[in-house]
Design a protein around this ligand. Structure first.
Ligand code: NAP
Length: 335
């Protein structure tokens, strides 16, 4: 891809400088320490905008390794020193980075596609199962010591096997979820993307040209589309009403695809039987209404959080950066 702005690669006699906005698993920290003159956020929390700018101004890095929780907006990018060549995000989602602003400053942005699709699809399946089989309520009975013993009417959930799976966003992750759900649970797969996939990629899934058509066929609706101006607020009251009564909603994409008030109302009424959510509006805060509901299964943004996946994500970024600094073409480049 042709990138606007000047190519900032220059000969660097010493180790290239990097800032890393969060501490990473040990294997990555060792590699970073060997290959870079790195400043790593010593605290296990997201830096404020001011702290990030202070760190960047003090260290003047060629490479910034950032996380999905860092807000790299136009103001942040405008304030970066000219030294910055690459923004590497430890995520596939890039809604936290103003790509146009980065392009205009000639800063390359790279991410971690594909490598996390297996881990995220595992969490999606976990959420589907736990929501459908009332895992939160079951676990509470154990820990609250309220379980009086087996009962033929206890916590009756919903069959997963054979139910229709609707995927909004049949991309790398959506397809991995669909493949698993079809193989493990005989789920017929329906999907909506803006563009239909080729038949060999579709693999028997039924395409719906409209999101509304997809909703009507989704016993389980999994949100796997990126957060964009077009998808923000997607699952609102009108669209929830199109789901079959007793549907299950799973979100592994981004919290802002969901109108929380509308979903909570649908969960209270029973129109949506249960929800499994890994991502939330305003993380780490979550809408207080979710905490009062028995029919939700909530995870704290765990999609890619396995040790193997996180290390592979980091290695992928470090290898891409090394290629770039050696004069090669930067892989997995967004701009
Ligand atoms: P991807 O391969 O780019 O897939 C995104 C899919 O969404 C594409 O099929 C795309 O198809 C579709 N899409 C985009 N805009 C759409 C719209 N307006 N309406 C309907 N479909 C739309 O991305 P991915 O690697 O699968 O990742 C998907 C998202 O998962 C990421 O953006 C990220 O936010 C989220 N994620 C979450 C976690 C977690 O920890 N929970 C981890 C990783 C990723 P068309 O272009 O044809 O519309």
């Amino acid at each position: 891809m042709q990138v606007k702005g000047r190519d900032k690669r220059v000969h660097m006699p010493s180790k290239p400088r990097m800032i890393v906005t969060r501490g990473l698993p040990g294997a990555l920290m060792e590699r970073i320490a060997t290959q870079f003159d790195a400043w790593v956020n010593p605290e296990d929390r997201t830096l404020s905008a001011e702290e990030l700018q202070r760190a960047v101004a003090a260290h003047r890095p060629e490479v910034m390794l950032v996380m999905a929780m860092d807000r790299i907006d136009a103001a942040c990018i405008a304030a970066l020193p000219d030294a910055v060549q690459v923004l590497a995000t430890l995520s596939v989602g890039h809604d936290h980075i103003d790509l146009a602003a980065a392009r205009d400053r000639g800063i390359a942005v790279i991410h971690t596609p594909d490598i996390l699709s297996d881990a995220v699809s595992e969490i999606a399946i976990l959420l589907m199962l736990c929501a459908a089989r009332r895992a939160q309520e079951g676990e509470r009975m154990i820990y609250d010591r309220t379980w009086a013993g087996w009962s033929p009417t206890q916590l009756l959930g919903r069959d997963v096997t054979g139910a229709r799976l609707g995927v909004l966003g049949m991309g790398r992750i959506g397809r991995t979820i669909a493949r698993r759900a079809a193989a493990a649970f005989d789920m017929p797969v329906h999907y909506h993307n803006r563009s239909r996939l080729a038949p060999e990629i579709e693999a028997g899934a039924q395409y719906h040209p409209t999101a509304e058509g997809l909703l009507a066929e989704s016993d389980f609706l999994v949100l796997a589309a990126p957060s964009t101006p077009a998808t923000r607020g997607f699952l609102n009251a009108e669209r929830l009403a199109l789901l079959p009564p007793g549907a299950i909603v799973v979100n592994i994409a981004r919290g802002d695809l969901v109108d929380d008030d509308a979903l909570i109302a649908a969960l209270r009424s029973g129109h949506v039987a249960a929800a499994g959510l890994d991502v939330f509006n305003g993380e780490p805060e979550i809408h207080p209404g979710y905490r009062d509901l028995p029919n939700v299964f909530l995870q704290p943004h765990q999609g890619s959080s396995t040790i193997g996946t996180r290390v592979r994500m980091g290695q992928m970024l470090l290898e891409s950066v090394a290629t770039h600094l050696a004069g090669g073409t930067l892989p997995n480049r967004l701009v």
